[in-house]
Write a protein that binds this ligand. Structure first.
Ligand SMILES: [Zn+2]
Length: 327
């Protein structure tokens, strides 16, 4: 208890001067540290806001990530079509066509599991991106550290459009994402994979050249759960939970088991089906975890680990946005 008594005694003048001198040195040191710290960070336009986690990049906060130094050069190549991951032992699960009314539940699950995925979002498909409810889900997904990528404005078959039509589909969504989130994606997935394979339009030059010109890395999948083909949100469902899960799980296990141990995969699902989120996503996460895979977003598994490389433009979100898609 003696130390407590000692500390309560008035300080002697000599000690006061010493402490003042030390404090002055500390203050100058901290000031210089802050100056050079901020100065260095300004080189990459990134600043960690005081009292907050994450990093502010050009006016957009990445709350989940601490990003220092200049952004690395992107690894994913514009115009290339990637059907699976490149980093060994990685597995990405991705969700197309949303956000939907079920996406919050998926975000809860992913938060609980501390996993990051890729959302290939539309502008005006199942819902309108400017709908305040949709905007809030999108913001939550972005701020939770998930990758937001493009799935076109209105989900058309890109091979059926003119070059200008393809450009409009891409740039209209860019405009919306820039307004809502402050970012424009570098990654996209063509609806139905059209223009990259299947649908009788294998490697469509018009689609791929146009997307390349816009700077897009094209990513498809090597596993499709086929939820969009066999599931529905009707009551009652066409297929029972049991039958549906057996079919979807078989789509996953057949591809994984046919591959080498640790072979990479890109799995496609849709966050527009209740049972994808309540049944298939949890099952997939367990299955993939038990096989020892590292689950990461699509860009990360292609080598773009720094989220600054997921977007071709990062800036402040718009102060106000439309609230409907009619314009
Ligand atoms: Zn789709």
């Amino acid at each position: 208890m003696s130390s407590e008594k000692g500390e309560s005694k008035p300080m002697q003048t000599k000690n006061k001067i010493l402490i003042a001198a030390i404090s002055a040195v500390v203050v100058v040191g901290v000031a210089l540290g802050i100056y050079f710290g901020v100065h260095n960070k300004n080189n990459s336009n990134s600043v960690t806001p005081p009292g907050q986690n994450g990093t502010m990049i050009n006016g957009t906060l990445f709350p989940y990530y601490t990003l220092t130094g200049p952004a690395p050069a992107p690894v994913g190549v514009a115009g290339m079509v990637y059907t699976t991951c490149k980093t060994p032992n990685t597995f990405s699960i991705s969700f197309d066509d949303g956000p939907s009314e079920w996406t919050h539940e998926l975000l809860d699950l992913l938060d609980k599991e501390n996993l990051k995925v890729t959302f290939f979002v539309n502008g005006n498909n199942q819902g309108c991106i400017y709908d305040p409810k949709v905007q809030s889900i999108l913001k939550r997904a972005f701020q939770s550290g998930h990758q937001i990528a493009s799935h076109t404005w209105s989900h058309p078959q890109l091979t059926t459009l003119t070059v200008d039509g393809i450009k409009t589909e891409m740039t209209r969504l860019e405009e919306a994402l820039e307004a809502v989130l402050g970012v424009v994606p570098r990654y996209m997935r063509p609806p139905f994979g059209d223009g990259t394979f299947g649908n009788g339009n294998a490697n469509d030059v018009k689609v791929q050249t146009t997307l390349k010109g816009l700077g897009y890395v094209i990513t498809t999948w090597d596993i499709a759960t086929t939820d969009a083909d066999i599931d529905d949100n009707n009551v009652p469902h066409k297929l029972s939970d049991q039958v549906l899960m057996a079919k979807e799980q078989q789509q996953v296990t057949s591809v994984v088991e046919a591959g080498a141990k640790g072979a990479t995969h890109m799995q496609l699902m849709h966050d527009t089906y209740m049972r994808t989120i309540r049944l298939m996503a949890p099952w997939s996460i367990n299955y993939i975890k038990n096989l020892g895979y590292k689950m990461v977003p699509v860009a990360t598994c292609l080598g773009d680990e720094d989220p600054r490389t997921w977007y071709k433009k990062i800036g402040p979100a718009a102060a106000s946005t439309p609230t409907t898609c009619t314009k």
